[in-house]
Design a protein around this ligand. Structure first.
Ligand SMILES: [Zn+2]
Length: 151
């Protein structure tokens, strides 16, 4: 029992780093476990998932309320990576049901990324900012940027 508690404490502590780095002042966000291990973007409908692929391109997948995949429709996404060697802007193309970035994220990690998300080309963009932390969370075994441990 004590060991379990300690593991839990360590897992929570690992996750706090991420949540303090993000705009965690409001707790109305959901951290559902997305199917591809990515980060669920707040206030997106259908739910949008931000995934860093092995080749460091970014994929945005969409899910309905039951987390079943749905096709991208009118959404427009731009990702701005504020890397140590300068900012990089990633544009996206439709690829199957998802959006795929045309270019890769800059080297390294620990820098901030901003996802500019528009439901339609005319819609007001919402900016979702978080730290790109690729280390694996001890609690949920997901990359920290997609950690779900606040449940
Ligand atoms: Zn976690």
């Amino acid at each position: 029992m004590k060991t379990n508690l300690r593991i839990l404490t360590v897992a929570v502590a690992l996750c706090i780093g991420l949540f303090t780095a993000t705009a965690a002042d409001k707790h109305d966000h959901e951290h559902k476990a997305t199917p591809k291990g990515g980060r669920l973007l707040d206030k997106t409908k259908p739910h949008a998932e931000f995934v860093v692929e092995k080749d460091r391109t970014v994929t945005i997948n969409f899910y309905n309320h039951d987390m079943k995949p749905v096709a991208a429709t009118t959404q427009k996404v731009t990702v701005i990576a504020d890397a140590k060697n300068g900012k990089a802007t990633l544009q996206f193309d439709k690829k199957g049901d998802s959006l795929a970035s045309k270019t890769k994220l800059p080297e390294g990690e620990g820098y901030n990324v901003v996802v500019q998300f528009k439901q339609t080309a005319e819609a007001k963009p919402s900016n979702l900012r978080f730290k790109l932390d690729m280390s694996i969370c001890g609690g949920c075994k997901r990359a920290e940027y997609g950690c779900t441990c606040d449940h």
